[in-house]
Ligand binder design. Structure first.
Ligand code: R5P
Length: 262
C-alpha cells in the first residue's frame, strides 16, 4: 500500500489499538433534518474530542465544522436520492475527487445497493471512485446500504455485499451487525466497521452490539443515532470508546456512561 494511503487509513484506524470509533453525521444527505441532527454543529462539536473520524457530506463539513479542528474526515461522496423519492438506491457520485483533496479528507465514502434495480450503477460507481481515489492515495469506504428494507440485514446478504465491495477495491467496508457476523468478517479481506442503525432501546443494547461486532471481527464502529440520539451523547461516545478501544465489557462501559452523565 502506498505511503499516503497507509497514512490516511492510520489517521482513522488508530494504530495503537487497530480500532476506530467513527462518528456518522451524514444522515441528512437523504433524510434531511434528522432528529437531533437538525443543528449539525451543535450535535457534532461536543463529540469531536471523542471521535476518531467524522463521516459527513461536504455541505455539513463546510458549514458546521471549523477548519482548524483536527479530526480525520470521511467524506460521503454518493447521494442524489431522498427518503421521499421513488428509489433510494439510485445513487450517483455527488462530489469529485478534486473536492475531496481540497477538503483534505482522510477517506471518501460511497453506498452500494446490492440486489436492487440500481446494483450495477452503484457498483460501477464504487469501481470508478476506487480508480480516482487510488490515483491520489485516498482510501474508499464502501457502505453496504439496504435503503428502506432494513430486514435485508442478514448474514447472507451482508457477506455478499461486503465481499463484492472488497473485490471492487474498497479499502474498508461499513456494514450492519447481524447474527453470525463472524462469517462476514471471515470472507471480507478488508477491515469492517459497523453502522449503528436506528436508535436501539437502551444504551446497553448499543454497547453490546459494538462489543459483539468487535469480538466477531469488526475493527470498529461508524455510529450515529445510537450516540447522538442518546439523551447523553458525550457519556455514550465515551462508553463506546471503552468497548471498542479498551475491550471493556458492555456492562462495565454502561457504568462509565452512568457515572459520566451525572
Ligand atoms: C449510512 O451510511 C448512513 O448515512 C449513516 O452513516 C449510517 O447509517 C451510520 O449511522 P447510524 O449509526 O445512525 O446508522
Amino acid at each position: 500500500m502506498d505511503w499516503g494511503m497507509k497514512n490516511r487509513l492510520s489517521q482513522i484506524i488508530k494504530p495503537e489499538t487497530g480500532h476506530t470509533v467513527m462518528l456518522a453525521v451524514d444522515h441528512g444527505y437523504f433524510l434531511g433534518p434528522t432528529h437531533k441532527l437538525e443543528n449539525a454543529r451543535k450535535t457534532i462539536e461536543p463529540l469531536l474530542p471523542w471521535a476518531d473520524a467524522l463521516m459527513l457530506t461536504r455541505g455539513i463539513l463546510r458549514t458546521s465544522v471549523d477548519p482548524d479542528v483536527s479530526i480525520p474526515i470521511v467524506l460521503r461522496v454518493s447521494g442524489g436520492t431522498s427518503i421521499i423519492g421513488e428509489n433510494l438506491s439510485q445513487e450517483s457520485i455527488t462530489t469529485s475527487i478534486e473536492e475531496a483533496i481540497r477538503l483534505n479528507v482522510s477517506a471518501v465514502a460511497l453506498s452500494i445497493f446490492v440486489g436492487t434495480e440500481f446494483e450495477h450503477q452503484t457498483l460501477t460507481n464504487l469501481a470508478y471512485l476506487v480508480d480516482e481515489a487510488q490515483s491520489v492515495g485516498i482510501p474508499v469506504l464502501a457502505v453496504t446500504a439496504v435503503g428502506k428494507e432494513l430486514e435485508k440485514r442478514d448474514v447472507r446478504f451482508l457477506a455478499l455485499s461486503c465481499r463484492i465491495a472488497a473485490e471492487l477495491g474498497a479499502s474498508f467496508v461499513k456494514t450492519y451487525y447481524c447474527e453470525e457476523f463472524e462469517k462476514i468478517a471471515e470472507s471480507c479481506p478488508v477491515p469492517l466497521v459497523i453502522a449503528g442503525g436506528p436508535k436501539l432501546e437502551t444504551e446497553l443494547d448499543a454497547l453490546k452490539m459494538a462489543n459483539d461486532a468487535i469480538q466477531k471481527g469488526a475493527i470498529g464502529v461508524d455510529m450515529g443515532r445510537n450516540i447522538w440520539q442518546s439523551p447523553h451523547p458525550v457519556p455514550m461516545i465515551k462508553a463506546v470508546r471503552a468497548v471498542v478501544h479498551d475491550g471493556v465489557k458492555p456492562e462495565d462501559a454502561l457504568e462509565i456512561f452512568e457515572k459520566d452523565k451525572k
